[in-house]
Design a protein. Structure first.
Lengths: 135, 282
């Protein structure tokens, strides 16, 4: 092949910067590949385990907005995650509201908001995930 | 090694590198702006992702052997480092654009970063390799065309280009829901029609239509031989690529074989056009 002849001594013609870039690239590829494989092996495929916590309460013209974060401690991604919030007084739900998050990947945190007409600070706020689908 | 010669060698390399980045972003931008690709990045099977990354290495090196992103190929060739550089460029450019769109941020776990970037690096690194062929000057183009038509590389190079074109187009369409939706909407007769149209268009694009860069029908080889060796083989490659990409994206999971086949034929349509188109462009 015409090209192969020129190639035989190509390595001696390559400038140091080319080798540097090539080595960085190779390290990058191997690192990502190794990490992905490691993650695949160590993954025990636990289903999504979602915990929800309230971050802040904001007064808005449309009501009281509770900003929350949903954390997935499982190994699988949860899709269409339904978050329900209840304002409790003496184990009686005074108000209920809900929100949906598209995806909460494994080990990731996703944020959202949930609206109440009563001030959540006056009650005990219970936030939890009520369901999800697999992507 | 003197500084003067270093500089004369370094500048073309940097120009090639810049061109590779341009090609990577240009080719992968539609997918970088596709949300299904971001989602696949974190939920797709890790082993399938690793297999995809692994398969990219020989493919990029082989592709670089025939295309490459350097101007002076005679003195600058070294396929393995070049293939890896193209992959590296694909990774870095994908990461940069995803950061720009806030699709990646510091709140996200490392596995989400790696998954999203690894997936986007596939079309992006193709773009990096093809940058010279697509965005390069007239001179580089002509040199390549001459060498590609040399009898040695001929048939296998053609198959490689078809494979690359099929992977690229399949990648662009497969992440969307529409492939499954179309597969549900059609029956066997539609699938058969799609297959026939795919084959016909492939054959027409490459041989019947005298586009620029078309190899043309060799005089002494019968038409049926060309049809079998190029068009049918190319379509088989397109179907294989479609099935592989659908499986990699988890689109086959839980569906009966008939649905998988339908999806493969549907995705085979763009993949076949990609395969045929790549032979003209590359």
């Amino acid at each position: 092949m015409a090209r192969s002849k020129a190639k035989s001594n190509a390595s001696s013609h390559a400038p140091p910067i080319e080798w540097a870039v090539a080595i960085i690239s190779t390290v990058l590829v191997i690192a990502m590949l190794t990490y992905t494989l490691y993650h695949g092996v160590s993954n025990s495929s636990r289903p999504p385990v979602i915990t929800v916590q309230a971050d802040s309460v904001i007064d808005t013209p449309g009501g009281f907005l509770v900003m929350f974060s949903a954390m997935n401690a499982g190994d699988e991604t949860a899709a269409a995650v339904q978050i329900s919030g209840e304002l409790m007084r003496d184990s009686v739900a005074v108000e209920e509201s809900d929100a949906t998050i598209d995806y909460v990947p494994s080990q990731a945190v996703r944020r959202g908001g949930i609206m109440f007409s009563k001030d959540p600070r006056m009650y005990r706020l219970e936030l939890r995930a009520t369901g999800f689908s697999r992507p | 090694m003197g500084t003067a010669t270093d500089r004369t060698r370094t500048m073309p390399f940097l120009t090639g590198l810049a061109r590779a980045f341009g090609g990577a972003i240009f080719f992968s931008l539609p997918l970088l702006m596709t949300m299904e690709m971001w989602w696949l990045g974190f939920y797709m099977d890790r082993f399938r992702l690793a297999l995809l990354m692994l398969a990219m290495v020989p493919l990029l090196i082989a592709l670089d052997h025939y295309v490459g992103f350097k101007e002076e190929q005679t003195t600058w060739r070294e396929d393995v480092p070049d293939g890896m550089i193209a992959y590296g460029v694909g990774i870095v450019s994908s990461c940069g654009v995803l950061l720009l769109f806030n699709v990646l941020n510091l709140d996200m776990p490392l596995q989400e970063w790696v998954g999203k970037v690894a997936l986007q690096a596939v079309p992006a690194s193709f773009g990096a390799v093809l940058a010279t062929s697509q965005l390069g000057g007239e001179k580089a183009d002509e040199e390549q065309r001459v060498s590609e038509e040399a009898p040695e590389g001929g048939y296998w190079a053609e198959l490689l280009f078809m494979l690359t074109g099929a992977v690229f187009l399949a990648f662009n369409v497969a992440p969307t829901e529409e492939i499954a939706l179309i597969a549900f909407q059609i029956n066997a007769w539609f699938a058969l029609a799609i297959a026939i149209v795919s084959l016909g268009l492939m054959h027409a694009i490459v041989y019947a239509v005298e586009f620029f860069g078309s190899p043309g029908l060799p005089e002494d080889i019968p038409a049926w031989s060309v049809f079998i060796r190029y068009t049918v083989t190319g379509y088989a490659i397109a179907l294989f690529v479609s099935a592989y990409v659908l499986w990699t994206f988890g689109r086959f999971d839980g569906d009966p074989l008939i649905v998988n086949t339908m999806q493969t034929i549907v995705l085979g349509f763009p993949a076949a056009l990609g395969a045929a188109g790549a032979r003209l462009i590359l």
